[in-house]
Design a protein around this ligand. Structure first.
Ligand code: BES
Ligand code: MN
Ligand code: ZN
Length: 505
């Protein structure tokens, strides 16, 4: 499908479908009113018959509306006008896309992009319209048999135009489209990698994908093998990998398109391609979902792909720590003590708290090799974060208030929200070990504040960086489907950093 931005009259569109909004209490949006006038009351009469009352998320398809050139006019319920906010705006586009997907229409023009959303501009309207639509059209069929794939009816829609009110809005609309397509490219890559099962998406597979990402692009990929990790003293990461036959990989992707002297922003992802828990094994129910334990890593891939597409003038390095967490005769045992690359010794009291064990070494690697200006890690780190925030907000932790604020603002802007939890020193008490420098789980307080404890552990290794941690355990997948989060948040953050740069230059 291809998207276009245009400015024209709704009743004059020669397309298969024109899309306009109706507010609850049966009040017409401007575009709907224009069509109503051109058709001498066709929409009004449908509404009087009680077939469309403007309830949020409802749709009604009208055919051969007099006075218009389109085959169909789709009415989309917008909810109450005074409640029309960002969520309602997205919901309208989602409803329109779902209804469009059911029809044979090959082209459509939507006027939902005209609807004013408080403190947002038409660039934002277009970006959100495209992202909401792409979300509806996404499919993951790679793992179905050839026969089943043949049967799938492909989406008919080929051209989808979002209309803006004035010709002078076209440039911002176009910009919104370009950014949305780049974000979507990253989201789709992250979803595809994440949805793949653990037997196919191994650390080696991810390393190959990173090499692919580097071909014909400004990204340079470097893979650190097990032997390299041994040389660097990554005893913590290796202690997780030793229970599996799949070799671990530390995947490094450099995108250096910013000023030569500027330190890069580091993105570090948890790429646990399957987390069985190790000797502290997980219960069987829903264990299949632990194929998603590499979603943090997948978001690094997606973000790198998006910024390369956008050609952002930034230096960014993506690092993905990839391994499995399984059990064999060599697996780490509860009580084992390992030495991290930072020289900090760790008592592994629970082998299922492995994300922090691989991330601490990846974070130390980022710090020592890149001295990043900012370092952000993404991880499906704790079940406790799901308990705290559900699948609405990502958990955010930062030792730098400005960085924390920028990430929260970027998430709000693009509709991929995070919520901050504290990183206060008080919590350090909870990870004291009887034998080593630190324990990998709480040694007091039981299951209290689990997401914060995980972040507190990582903070032991990031004191010398401006650092933020995103716990995406609740947001990276919903049900059995990857969401691609937090790629939108990260890309928006980097877009904002790049924009501030060009302003001050
Ligand atoms: N990958 C899991 C966290 C997780 C669990 C994410 C469920 C999403 C859904 C992580 O490796 C883990 O097992 N964490 C433990 C930590 C605990 C042992 C301190 C957890 O959350 O139970
Ligand atoms: Mn685990
Ligand atoms: Zn895990």
């Amino acid at each position: 499908m291809e998207y276009f931005i245009k400015s024209g009259n709704p009743e004059k569109q020669r397309v298969a479908c024109v899309i306009v909004g109706i507010f609850d209490r049966r009040s017409l949006s401007e575009a709907a009113a224009t069509i109503d006038t051109a058709s001498e009351g066709a929409i009004g009469s449908v509404m009087r018959r009680g077939d469309m009352d403007g309830k949020a998320g409802s749709t009604l398809m009208l055919h051969n509306v007099p006075g218009t050139f389109a085959d169909r006019v789709m009415l989309v319920g917008l909810g109450k006008e005074r409640n029309f906010d960002e969520a309602a705006y997205r919901k309208a586009h989602t409803a329109a896309a779902k209804a469009l997907r059911q029809t044979g229409a090959i082209d459509a023009v939507s006027y939902l992009t005209h609807l004013p959303v408080k403190s947002r501009d038409f660039q934002w309207n277009v970006t959100q319209a495209v992202l909401a639509t792409q979300e509806v059209y996404y499919r993951f069929d790679e793992c179905r048999g050839a026969k089943a794939r043949e049967k799938e009816t492909p989406a008919k829609l080929e051209r989808y135009t979002f209309d803006v009110p004035r010709r002078s809005d076209l440039p911002s609309g176009e910009r919104g489209l370009v950014e949305a397509l780049a974000i979507d490219k990253g989201v789709t890559l992250a979803k595809n990698l994440s949805n793949l099962p653990g037997n196919l998406c191994t650390p080696t597979y991810l390393a190959d994908e990173a090499r692919k990402l580097a071909t014909g692009s400004p990204i340079k990929t470097k893979i650190l093998e097990k032997a390299d990790m041994e040389k660097l003293g990554m005893g913590s990461l290796l202690s997780v990998a030793q229970g599996s036959s799949q070799p671990p990989k530390l995947i490094v992707m450099e995108y250096m398109k910013g000023p030569k002297t500027e330190k890069p922003i580091a993105l570090v992802g948890k790429g646990l391609t399957f987390d069985a828990g190790g000797i502290s094994i997980k219960p069987a129910a829903q264990m299949d979902e632990m194929k998603f334990d590499m979603c943090g890593g997948a978001s690094v891939f997606g973000t790198m792909a998006a910024i390369a597409e956008l050609k952002l003038p930034l230096n960014v390095v993506g690092i993905v720590a990839a391994t499995e967490n399984l059990i064999n005769g060599e697996a780490t045992k509860p009580g084992d003590i390992v030495t991290s690359m930072a020289g900090i010794t760790i008592e592994v009291l629970n082998t299922d708290a492995e994300g922090r064990l691989i991330l601490c070494d990846a974070l130390t690697y980022a710090e020592q090799h890149y001295e990043p200006s900012f370092c952000i890690d993404m991880a499906t780190l704790t079940g406790a974060c799901v308990v705290a925030l559900g699948n609405v907000a990502t958990g955010l932790f930062s030792n730098n208030p400005a960085l924390g604020r920028s990430l929260l603002a970027a998430g709000d802007q693009v509709g991929d929200r995070a919520w901050e939890l504290p990183l206060w020193a008080d919590y350090d008490e909870n990870i004291k070990s009887e034998f080593a420098d630190v324990a990998n789980i709480a040694t007091r307080g039981g299951r209290e504040a689990g997401a914060i404890i995980g972040a507190t552990f990582l903070h032991r290794f990031t004191k010398r960086m401006k650092w933020a941690h995103l716990d995406i355990a609740g947001t990276a997948w919903i049900g059995k489907k990857a969401t691609g989060r937090p790629v939108p948040l990260l890309v928006q953050y980097l877009l904002n950093v790049a924009a501030r740069r060009t302003e001050s230059a």
